[in-house]
Write a protein that binds this ligand. Structure first.
Ligand code: ATP
Ligand code: MG
Length: 309
């Protein structure tokens, strides 16, 4: 397949475990066996796309430690092109400790970022790319990457998790922005206002995700489209947002309508929540998503009719 999604962002090694309830400070708490898996917003979105049959290319940094090897091997095993990744000598790869509450499936993430922002997106990294996906955490690198993509007429998707010091510089360079509830609450006084501000800055596709409460999307005619989350027995919500972005990008590549894109992304993210970890439950074919939607009662989508690019 010739379509390429290029992504620049964080990649980490996640250590995940369940607790029955959150412990109080200064106590000991026995947990379930740890699950170790690669993570990071852009890296996991690319894994989702790769499993759906889209060619992907990732740029990010790891250290030259054991964690870095596991992160890179995990991406390569998913078919993500990692040839542009950087390895920092004597550096510690980003790691995250993720504690999942068994009762709510909510995840609490403790993470560290020890590596410098040294990534430079070049024309060769973007060669053949139909979209560039960013998480904006490496602020200067993201802005430079978005400018390079703009100059090459490659649209940019931003996974906006938090408002950072250069967010206001980055947003006008982006065509698609899917932001978290936390981002929206800092960015403006209401989710509606966030969508209005984003589209006012030139963003063509703006969406706020609300965890288990679904999402709000600005439609081309100025209406705001609410889509509930699927009513599932969620096991772990780690990476739901990352996978939701993968689903949105997949729909954009297929030229689906805003509504079709959101229905697909919502289903893909819900499927992810059915197992522990950010990646374990991501389906390996778009048809699986169509079947899930059908079982859940959404029969009028284009997913089963339109094939992947
Ligand atoms: N408990 C859940 N049940 C079903 N779907 C969920 C659940 N939690 C999240 N989702 C789906 O995933 C989407 C994205 O989730 P969320 O808003 O939590 O992303 P986020 O804030 O970016 O978090 P992260 O990136 O850490 O996963 C939601 O809009 C929803 O469609
Ligand atoms: Mg997110």
């Amino acid at each position: 397949m010739s379509i390429i999604v290029a992504g620049l962002g964080q990649c980490s090694l996640d250590y995940l475990t369940f607790v029955d309830q959150f412990p109080v400070e200064d106590t000991k708490c026995e947990v379930s066996p740890w699950v170790i898996e690669g993570g990071g917003p852009v890296a996991t979105a690319l894994v989702a796309l790769s499993r759906l049959g889209v060619k992907t290319r990732f740029m990010g940094v790891t250290g030259d430690d054991e964690a870095g090897k596991i992160i890179k091997n995990g991406l390569a095993a998913e078919g993500v092109d990692i040839s542009h990744m950087l390895t920092e000598k004597c550096g510690f790869s980003q790691t995250a400790c993720i504690i999942i509450n068994k009762k709510t499936a909510g995840r609490t993430i403790f993470w560290s970022r020890s590596l410098d922002d040294k990534c430079t997106v070049t024309e060769s990294f973007l060669k053949g790319a139909k979209i560039l996906h960013l998480d904006g955490l490496m602020e200067d690198a993201s802005i430079n990457a978005a400018k390079t993509a703009n100059a090459l007429n490659i649209p940019v998707m931003l996974d906006a998790g938090s408002v950072r010091s250069k967010t206001h510089e980055l947003i006008p360079l982006c065509d698609y922005v899917v932001c978290s509830e936390k981002f929206s609450e800092t960015y403006s006084c209401s989710h509606e206002e966030t969508l209005i501000r984003l589209t006012g800055a030139g963003v063509k596709f703006a969406c706020v995700t609300l965890g288990g409460n679904g999402s709000l999307t600005m439609m081309p005619d100025g209406r705001i489209f609410y889509h509930p989350a699927y009513d599932i027995e969620a096991v772990d919500t780690t990476g739901a947002g990352d996978v939701f972005h993968g689903g949105c990008i997949y729909g954009i590549l297929n030229n689906w309508t805003h509504e079709e894109i959101i229905r697909f992304a919502t289903a893909l993210a819900a499927m992810k929540c059915l197992k522990m970890g950010g990646r374990a439950a991501i389906p390996r074919a778009a048809e699986e998503v169509g079947k899930f939607m059908y079982r859940q009662g959404f029969r009028s989508t284009a997913v089963s009719q339109k094939r992947q690019p």
